[in-house]
Design a protein around this ligand. Structure first.
Ligand SMILES: [Zn+2]
Ligand SMILES: [Zn+2]
Ligand SMILES: [Zn+2]
Length: 330
Protein backbone atom coordinates (compact mmCIF):
# COMPACT_ATOMS: atom_id res chain seq x y z
CA UNK A 1 0.00 0.00 0.00
CA UNK A 2 2.79 2.39 0.84
CA UNK A 3 4.18 2.18 -2.65
CA UNK A 4 0.78 3.01 -4.15
CA UNK A 5 0.28 6.00 -1.89
CA UNK A 6 3.68 7.31 -2.85
CA UNK A 7 2.79 7.02 -6.53
CA UNK A 8 -0.59 8.67 -6.07
CA UNK A 9 1.02 11.50 -4.15
CA UNK A 10 3.32 12.15 -7.11
CA UNK A 11 0.43 12.10 -9.59
CA UNK A 12 -1.68 14.30 -7.33
CA UNK A 13 1.13 16.82 -7.23
CA UNK A 14 1.23 16.94 -10.99
CA UNK A 15 -2.51 17.11 -11.56
CA UNK A 16 -2.98 20.75 -10.63
CA UNK A 17 -0.22 22.05 -12.87
CA UNK A 18 0.06 22.53 -16.58
CA UNK A 19 3.46 20.94 -17.01
CA UNK A 20 4.98 20.14 -20.36
CA UNK A 21 7.20 17.11 -20.77
CA UNK A 22 9.72 16.99 -23.53
CA UNK A 23 10.41 13.49 -24.60
CA UNK A 24 12.67 13.13 -27.61
CA UNK A 25 11.02 14.80 -30.57
CA UNK A 26 7.55 15.09 -29.07
CA UNK A 27 6.19 17.24 -26.31
CA UNK A 28 3.12 16.29 -24.36
CA UNK A 29 1.33 18.19 -21.65
CA UNK A 30 -0.52 17.20 -18.51
CA UNK A 31 -3.69 17.79 -20.57
CA UNK A 32 -2.72 14.85 -22.80
CA UNK A 33 -2.21 12.71 -19.72
CA UNK A 34 -5.66 13.72 -18.47
CA UNK A 35 -7.22 12.90 -21.83
CA UNK A 36 -5.77 9.41 -21.63
CA UNK A 37 -7.07 8.98 -18.13
CA UNK A 38 -10.66 10.04 -18.82
CA UNK A 39 -13.98 8.72 -19.96
CA UNK A 40 -13.97 4.95 -19.71
CA UNK A 41 -14.91 2.26 -17.23
CA UNK A 42 -12.09 -0.04 -18.30
CA UNK A 43 -8.84 0.36 -16.49
CA UNK A 44 -5.56 -1.52 -16.65
CA UNK A 45 -3.50 -1.04 -13.52
CA UNK A 46 0.13 -2.13 -13.39
CA UNK A 47 0.62 -4.42 -10.36
CA UNK A 48 4.25 -5.33 -10.92
CA UNK A 49 7.13 -4.78 -13.32
CA UNK A 50 10.02 -7.07 -12.26
CA UNK A 51 11.30 -10.20 -13.98
CA UNK A 52 10.24 -13.52 -12.38
CA UNK A 53 12.84 -13.26 -9.59
CA UNK A 54 11.61 -9.85 -8.36
CA UNK A 55 13.63 -6.88 -7.10
CA UNK A 56 15.46 -7.45 -4.80
CA UNK A 57 16.20 -10.96 -6.00
CA UNK A 58 16.77 -13.61 -3.33
CA UNK A 59 20.40 -13.94 -2.28
CA UNK A 60 21.62 -11.15 -4.59
CA UNK A 61 23.57 -8.19 -3.28
CA UNK A 62 24.21 -6.37 -6.53
CA UNK A 63 23.91 -2.57 -6.55
CA UNK A 64 20.23 -2.66 -7.55
CA UNK A 65 19.24 -5.37 -5.05
CA UNK A 66 21.04 -3.57 -2.20
CA UNK A 67 19.28 -0.32 -3.13
CA UNK A 68 15.89 -2.07 -3.30
CA UNK A 69 16.40 -3.47 0.21
CA UNK A 70 17.28 -0.04 1.58
CA UNK A 71 14.57 1.92 -0.24
CA UNK A 72 11.21 0.27 -0.81
CA UNK A 73 10.37 2.71 -3.60
CA UNK A 74 13.18 1.17 -5.65
CA UNK A 75 11.92 -2.41 -5.12
CA UNK A 76 9.57 -3.93 -7.68
CA UNK A 77 6.87 -6.58 -7.52
CA UNK A 78 6.82 -9.23 -10.24
CA UNK A 79 5.17 -8.35 -13.58
CA UNK A 80 1.40 -8.43 -13.48
CA UNK A 81 -1.62 -6.35 -14.51
CA UNK A 82 -5.09 -5.85 -13.08
CA UNK A 83 -7.78 -5.48 -15.75
CA UNK A 84 -10.65 -3.67 -14.08
CA UNK A 85 -14.26 -3.00 -15.12
CA UNK A 86 -15.22 -0.07 -12.89
CA UNK A 87 -18.87 -0.25 -13.98
CA UNK A 88 -19.32 -3.95 -13.22
CA UNK A 89 -16.97 -3.78 -10.21
CA UNK A 90 -15.01 -6.73 -11.53
CA UNK A 91 -11.31 -7.33 -11.84
CA UNK A 92 -9.06 -9.86 -13.54
CA UNK A 93 -5.40 -10.54 -12.88
CA UNK A 94 -3.02 -11.09 -15.78
CA UNK A 95 -0.39 -13.50 -14.46
CA UNK A 96 -0.51 -14.95 -10.96
CA UNK A 97 2.90 -14.02 -9.54
CA UNK A 98 4.48 -15.06 -6.22
CA UNK A 99 3.58 -11.47 -5.13
CA UNK A 100 -0.15 -11.97 -5.75
CA UNK A 101 -1.11 -11.60 -2.07
CA UNK A 102 -0.13 -7.91 -2.20
CA UNK A 103 -1.21 -7.42 -5.81
CA UNK A 104 -4.74 -8.76 -5.21
CA UNK A 105 -5.14 -6.19 -2.41
CA UNK A 106 -4.05 -3.37 -4.70
CA UNK A 107 -6.57 -4.42 -7.37
CA UNK A 108 -9.39 -4.89 -4.85
CA UNK A 109 -8.77 -1.55 -3.18
CA UNK A 110 -8.91 0.18 -6.58
CA UNK A 111 -12.54 -0.97 -6.70
CA UNK A 112 -13.07 0.41 -3.18
CA UNK A 113 -14.29 -3.00 -2.02
CA UNK A 114 -11.71 -3.60 0.74
CA UNK A 115 -13.87 -2.61 3.71
CA UNK A 116 -17.17 -4.14 2.65
CA UNK A 117 -16.56 -7.39 4.51
CA UNK A 118 -16.54 -9.52 1.42
CA UNK A 119 -13.73 -11.83 0.42
CA UNK A 120 -11.43 -10.85 -2.37
CA UNK A 121 -11.67 -13.31 -5.23
CA UNK A 122 -10.67 -11.95 -8.62
CA UNK A 123 -13.27 -12.52 -11.33
CA UNK A 124 -10.67 -14.42 -13.30
CA UNK A 125 -6.96 -14.99 -13.84
CA UNK A 126 -5.27 -14.91 -17.24
CA UNK A 127 -1.94 -16.73 -17.63
CA UNK A 128 0.85 -16.20 -20.13
CA UNK A 129 3.03 -19.25 -19.35
CA UNK A 130 4.52 -21.61 -16.76
CA UNK A 131 7.67 -19.81 -15.63
CA UNK A 132 7.75 -19.14 -11.90
CA UNK A 133 6.90 -15.43 -11.99
CA UNK A 134 3.76 -15.94 -14.04
CA UNK A 135 1.61 -18.68 -12.51
CA UNK A 136 2.85 -19.91 -9.11
CA UNK A 137 0.64 -17.36 -7.28
CA UNK A 138 -2.25 -19.73 -8.11
CA UNK A 139 -1.20 -21.75 -5.04
CA UNK A 140 -2.72 -19.14 -2.72
CA UNK A 141 -6.19 -19.99 -4.02
CA UNK A 142 -5.78 -23.65 -3.00
CA UNK A 143 -6.60 -25.79 0.04
CA UNK A 144 -3.77 -24.53 2.29
CA UNK A 145 -4.77 -20.91 1.79
CA UNK A 146 -7.93 -19.29 0.42
CA UNK A 147 -9.63 -22.42 -0.91
CA UNK A 148 -11.40 -20.72 -3.79
CA UNK A 149 -14.29 -22.41 -5.57
CA UNK A 150 -14.09 -22.62 -9.37
CA UNK A 151 -12.00 -19.47 -9.76
CA UNK A 152 -11.90 -18.98 -13.56
CA UNK A 153 -8.39 -19.36 -15.01
CA UNK A 154 -7.85 -18.57 -18.72
CA UNK A 155 -4.85 -20.11 -20.47
CA UNK A 156 -3.63 -22.09 -23.48
CA UNK A 157 -4.45 -25.79 -23.86
CA UNK A 158 -0.81 -26.73 -23.15
CA UNK A 159 -0.92 -24.69 -19.96
CA UNK A 160 -4.18 -26.41 -19.02
CA UNK A 161 -2.65 -29.89 -19.40
CA UNK A 162 0.47 -28.79 -17.49
CA UNK A 163 -1.64 -27.56 -14.56
CA UNK A 164 -3.97 -30.57 -14.66
CA UNK A 165 -1.25 -33.21 -14.71
CA UNK A 166 1.42 -31.85 -12.33
CA UNK A 167 1.20 -31.40 -8.57
CA UNK A 168 0.63 -29.23 -6.65
CA UNK A 169 -1.38 -27.48 -9.42
CA UNK A 170 -3.40 -30.62 -10.23
CA UNK A 171 -4.87 -30.42 -6.72
CA UNK A 172 -6.31 -27.00 -7.54
CA UNK A 173 -8.06 -28.70 -10.45
CA UNK A 174 -9.23 -31.85 -8.64
CA UNK A 175 -10.57 -29.88 -5.65
CA UNK A 176 -12.19 -27.42 -8.08
CA UNK A 177 -10.41 -24.43 -6.53
CA UNK A 178 -9.88 -23.30 -10.09
CA UNK A 179 -11.86 -23.87 -13.25
CA UNK A 180 -9.70 -23.74 -16.37
CA UNK A 181 -10.98 -22.18 -19.60
CA UNK A 182 -8.93 -22.93 -22.69
CA UNK A 183 -8.26 -19.95 -24.93
CA UNK A 184 -8.39 -20.07 -28.71
CA UNK A 185 -5.42 -18.25 -30.15
CA UNK A 186 -6.04 -15.06 -32.14
CA UNK A 187 -9.73 -15.09 -31.14
CA UNK A 188 -11.28 -12.20 -29.30
CA UNK A 189 -12.84 -13.19 -25.98
CA UNK A 190 -15.18 -11.13 -23.78
CA UNK A 191 -14.29 -10.83 -20.10
CA UNK A 192 -17.16 -8.39 -19.45
CA UNK A 193 -19.41 -6.55 -21.92
CA UNK A 194 -16.78 -3.78 -21.93
CA UNK A 195 -13.52 -5.73 -21.87
CA UNK A 196 -12.24 -8.07 -24.54
CA UNK A 197 -8.88 -9.69 -24.98
CA UNK A 198 -7.12 -11.56 -27.74
CA UNK A 199 -4.41 -14.10 -26.89
CA UNK A 200 -1.61 -14.95 -29.30
CA UNK A 201 1.46 -17.19 -29.22
CA UNK A 202 4.95 -15.73 -28.84
CA UNK A 203 8.31 -17.52 -29.10
CA UNK A 204 9.94 -18.03 -25.67
CA UNK A 205 11.69 -20.86 -23.76
CA UNK A 206 8.80 -23.31 -23.79
CA UNK A 207 9.95 -26.05 -21.40
CA UNK A 208 6.56 -26.70 -19.80
CA UNK A 209 4.07 -24.73 -21.86
CA UNK A 210 3.79 -22.37 -24.78
CA UNK A 211 3.80 -18.61 -24.09
CA UNK A 212 1.09 -16.05 -24.77
CA UNK A 213 0.86 -12.31 -25.23
CA UNK A 214 -2.43 -10.41 -25.01
CA UNK A 215 -4.23 -7.50 -26.60
CA UNK A 216 -6.71 -6.05 -24.11
CA UNK A 217 -9.45 -3.78 -25.49
CA UNK A 218 -11.94 -1.44 -23.91
CA UNK A 219 -14.49 0.69 -25.78
CA UNK A 220 -11.89 3.28 -26.78
CA UNK A 221 -8.37 1.96 -26.56
CA UNK A 222 -6.17 -1.12 -26.91
CA UNK A 223 -3.25 -2.27 -24.79
CA UNK A 224 -0.62 -4.75 -26.00
CA UNK A 225 1.07 -6.90 -23.33
CA UNK A 226 4.15 -9.01 -24.16
CA UNK A 227 6.24 -9.47 -20.99
CA UNK A 228 8.36 -12.41 -22.21
CA UNK A 229 9.51 -13.00 -25.79
CA UNK A 230 12.68 -14.44 -27.33
CA UNK A 231 13.12 -11.61 -29.85
CA UNK A 232 10.98 -9.41 -32.08
CA UNK A 233 12.45 -11.06 -35.21
CA UNK A 234 11.52 -14.56 -34.04
CA UNK A 235 7.83 -13.61 -33.75
CA UNK A 236 5.42 -14.31 -36.61
CA UNK A 237 3.84 -10.87 -36.19
CA UNK A 238 5.50 -7.50 -36.76
CA UNK A 239 6.06 -5.68 -33.46
CA UNK A 240 6.08 -2.39 -35.35
CA UNK A 241 2.58 -3.03 -36.77
CA UNK A 242 1.25 -4.42 -33.49
CA UNK A 243 2.41 -1.43 -31.45
CA UNK A 244 1.02 0.98 -34.08
CA UNK A 245 -2.39 -0.71 -33.73
CA UNK A 246 -2.34 -0.23 -29.94
CA UNK A 247 -2.62 2.87 -27.80
CA UNK A 248 -0.38 1.49 -25.06
CA UNK A 249 2.23 -1.27 -25.27
CA UNK A 250 3.89 -2.92 -22.26
CA UNK A 251 6.80 -4.89 -23.64
CA UNK A 252 9.60 -7.24 -22.57
CA UNK A 253 12.33 -5.04 -21.07
CA UNK A 254 14.11 -7.81 -19.13
CA UNK A 255 17.60 -6.62 -20.04
CA UNK A 256 18.67 -3.16 -21.13
CA UNK A 257 21.86 -4.03 -23.01
CA UNK A 258 24.71 -6.52 -23.22
CA UNK A 259 26.73 -4.32 -20.82
CA UNK A 260 24.82 -5.72 -17.87
CA UNK A 261 25.67 -9.32 -18.82
CA UNK A 262 29.45 -9.49 -19.10
CA UNK A 263 30.74 -12.87 -20.24
CA UNK A 264 27.31 -14.19 -21.31
CA UNK A 265 26.73 -15.70 -24.75
CA UNK A 266 24.38 -13.07 -26.27
CA UNK A 267 22.76 -15.58 -28.62
CA UNK A 268 21.42 -17.42 -25.55
CA UNK A 269 19.92 -14.40 -23.77
CA UNK A 270 16.40 -15.08 -25.03
CA UNK A 271 15.00 -11.55 -24.68
CA UNK A 272 15.17 -8.44 -26.88
CA UNK A 273 17.44 -5.83 -25.27
CA UNK A 274 15.72 -2.52 -24.49
CA UNK A 275 18.43 -0.83 -26.60
CA UNK A 276 17.41 -3.01 -29.57
CA UNK A 277 13.71 -2.24 -29.05
CA UNK A 278 14.49 1.50 -28.98
CA UNK A 279 15.85 1.12 -32.51
CA UNK A 280 13.15 -1.27 -33.77
CA UNK A 281 10.31 0.92 -32.50
CA UNK A 282 11.95 4.32 -33.03
CA UNK A 283 9.42 5.49 -35.64
CA UNK A 284 6.40 4.33 -33.63
CA UNK A 285 7.62 6.24 -30.56
CA UNK A 286 8.28 9.36 -32.61
CA UNK A 287 4.81 9.23 -34.17
CA UNK A 288 3.52 9.61 -30.61
CA UNK A 289 0.20 7.75 -30.93
CA UNK A 290 1.32 4.68 -28.99
CA UNK A 291 2.88 4.98 -25.55
CA UNK A 292 5.50 2.24 -25.21
CA UNK A 293 6.69 1.12 -21.78
CA UNK A 294 9.17 -1.60 -20.83
CA UNK A 295 8.29 -4.06 -18.09
CA UNK A 296 9.54 -7.43 -16.67
CA UNK A 297 12.87 -5.82 -15.66
CA UNK A 298 15.66 -8.07 -14.42
CA UNK A 299 17.37 -7.06 -11.14
CA UNK A 300 20.51 -6.28 -13.18
CA UNK A 301 18.72 -3.88 -15.55
CA UNK A 302 20.66 -0.66 -16.18
CA UNK A 303 17.43 1.26 -16.80
CA UNK A 304 16.23 0.64 -13.22
CA UNK A 305 18.19 3.61 -11.93
CA UNK A 306 15.91 6.65 -12.40
CA UNK A 307 18.95 8.94 -12.53
CA UNK A 308 21.06 6.70 -14.77
CA UNK A 309 22.14 7.21 -18.37
CA UNK A 310 20.16 4.20 -19.63
CA UNK A 311 16.89 5.55 -18.20
CA UNK A 312 17.65 8.97 -19.67
CA UNK A 313 18.13 7.44 -23.11
CA UNK A 314 14.84 5.48 -22.89
CA UNK A 315 12.89 8.60 -21.93
CA UNK A 316 14.61 10.95 -24.35
CA UNK A 317 13.66 8.61 -27.18
CA UNK A 318 9.99 8.83 -26.22
CA UNK A 319 9.63 5.49 -24.37
CA UNK A 320 9.01 4.79 -20.68
CA UNK A 321 9.81 2.31 -17.95
CA UNK A 322 6.61 0.87 -16.45
CA UNK A 323 6.07 1.23 -12.73
CA UNK A 324 3.63 -0.14 -10.19
CA UNK A 325 0.45 1.86 -9.88
CA UNK A 326 0.46 3.17 -13.47
CA UNK A 327 -3.09 3.23 -14.83
CA UNK A 328 -4.35 3.16 -18.40
CA UNK A 329 -8.02 3.73 -19.25
CA UNK A 330 -9.03 1.75 -22.33
ZN1 LIG B 1 9.03 -13.99 -17.03
ZN1 LIG C 1 20.65 -8.23 -7.86
ZN1 LIG D 1 9.29 -16.81 -19.10
Amino acid sequence: MERREFFNACLGGLAGMNIFFTSGKRTFSIKDLKKEKEETDVLVKVLGTAQDGGLPQIGCYCKNCLRAREDQRFSRLISSLAIIDLGEKKYFILDATPDIRIQADIAFSRLALLKQGRKNFPDGILLTHAHIGHYTGLMFYGYESMSAHKLPVYCSSRMKSFLSSNGPWSQLVSLENISIHTLSMEKEFLLTPRISFTPFLVPHRNEYTDTLGFIISGDKRKLLYVPDIQSWEAWSRSIVKETRKSDVALLDGTFCSSEELPGRDLSKIGHPFIKTSLKTLKNVAEEGKTKIYFTHLNHSNLALDPEGEARKEVEEKGFGIASEGMEFFL
